[in-house]
Design a protein around this ligand. Sequence first.
Ligand SMILES: O=c1nc[nH]c2c1ncn2[C@H]1C[C@H](O)[C@@H](COP(=O)(O)OP(=O)(O)OP(=O)(O)O)O1
Ligand SMILES: [Mg+2]
Length: 197
Amino acid sequence: MKELVLASHNPGKLKELQAMLGAQVKLRSIAEFSQVEPEETGLSFIENAILKARHAAEVSGLPALADDSGLAVDYLGGAPGIYSARFAADEGAKGDAANNAKLLRVLEGVPEAERGAQFVCVLALMRHPTDPLPLVCEGLWQGRILSQAQGQHGFGYDPLFWLEEHQCSSAELAPELKNQHSHRALAMRLLKQRLGL
Ligand SMILES: O=c1nc[nH]c2c1ncn2[C@H]1C[C@H](O)[C@@H](COP(=O)(O)OP(=O)(O)OP(=O)(O)O)O1
Ligand SMILES: [Mg+2]
C-alpha cells in the first residue's frame, strides 16, 4: 500500500481525502511528525498548498499531499479566499464558529441574488521536499451563502453554503455526496487521474 503524509492539521480534510482515495493509499497525518504549522505566506492557493506539502515532505521523509482551500464570495470580491481560515482573526477570534459569524454579519441585508460564492480547493503533491514539479490540481464548487447556518455534517463554512443542485447546505448533504461533488472531490479526481489511480 502506498503511503502519503497529509500536510494538514484539519481533521475534516483528512477524513474527506482518505475517503476519496480509498484503500489503495494510506494518508498519514502530519501530526505524527510535527506540531509546527508552517505560516501560510503565499499569495495564492497554489503557493500555500506547495509550501505546506514541502514542509510535510521535509519533516516526514514521505511524499506529501497538501490541501489549500477556501471560500470566495462574489459580493466580497472573492474574499475571504486564501484567508478563509483566518477570516475573523482581525477581531481576535479564530475557528469555524467565529468565521461563520463574521461572514453572516458582513453579508447582512445582502439579497439572495448577490450572495453567490465558490469553494476553491488546490491539492499539491510533492514526491520529496525538493520536487521541482509538484502535481497541482484544482476544483471549484458553486453555491450561495445562506442567511443562517443549517446542517451538522462537514466543517468550516459548510453550514452556510447552499447548493442549488441539491437544495440543501453542504453541511446537510450526506458525506458520501459531498465527497463526490465538492471542490475537494473535483481536485482529487484530477489528481487520481494524473497518478493513474
Ligand atoms: O469543504 C469545505 N467545507 C467548508 N469549509 C471549507 C471547506 N474547504 C475549505 N473550507 C474552509 C475552512 C477554512 O476556513 C478554509 C481552509 O483553510 P486552509 O488553510 O486550507 O485549511 P486549514 O487551516 O483548516 O488546515 P491546514 O492549512 O492545516 O490544511 O476554508
Ligand atoms: Mg491553514
